[in-house]
Design a protein around this ligand. Sequence first.
Ligand SMILES: Cc1ncc(COP(=O)(O)O)c(C=O)c1O
Length: 290
Amino acid sequence: MSRTTAVHIDLAAISENIRTLRGSLAAHRFMAVVKADAFGHGAVQVAQHIESIIDALAVAFTEEAVALREAGVSAPLLILEGPHTASDLALAGKLNLWPVIHSDEQIEWCKTLGADLSQAWIKIDTGMHRLGFTAERYAGIRDTLLSYGIGAITAMSHLASAEEPDNALIQAQLQSWEQTVRGGQDTTSLHNSAAMQRGLSASSDWVRVGYAVYGGQTKGLPNPAPLRPAMRFSSSVIALRDVPTGESVGYGGRWTAQRARPPAGCTRRSSDRQRARARRRRCCGACCRR
Ligand SMILES: Cc1ncc(COP(=O)(O)O)c(C=O)c1O
């Protein structure tokens, strides 16, 4: 087969990134987010590779967790969307999954199934307004869930733009969060990649880290941690075309040649040998987008 287009996943980069990120964390527990097939890196492979160096994993929904358990992954698993149905919650009890509880319907399911759960995380909406209960309801819901027999509760919230810690929304979220979890009764989890890398000062026994695990950098950090991208895309140029100035290329003619050159990052006056070499050369992806 001659197809050269491929995505290369570097599992060693992922484990190195986790070790680097953990280095600055001291006492925090580390949850690696492997939702959406580990952001395209392969959830089973990533989870199996990092299981021994993380404290827990997070996925979006129950089916993702079931697939990991079937592959033999035994690390604690948080379901970020929580159960979609009562039978999802029953599975959580059976497979020792930790559901996030963010709606009254989910609380209702916990009435009969809560005793089977070792943990549940209560999502507090501090201002992102995607999921969660208002901060005022947190203490009451915590008491209710504990009365249903759930083993332990963690308070969690999610920040809308931790990349910009001076942003008014973040400041309001941090204030609401600290007021709600003040008193330290429960375990807490607030920090995502950016909050962790920015070193945001806020209660967060657990960090839930997604894109930094895969090498994503938070913009504007004075001393960014040396993270390595874990995914590389490679392809090859399949044809070099001479496109006259003013002619358009492709669907809808949305790209127009501003000067006469082939749309493959290759000089027009290159020799046949240079062209042949360029054709064989691995493509960076950017030139193919033209
Ligand atoms: C609830 C929740 N927590 C944490 C994360 C991780 O966020 P980040 O990728 O910014 O580290 C995500 C996103 O993946 C999320 O949805």
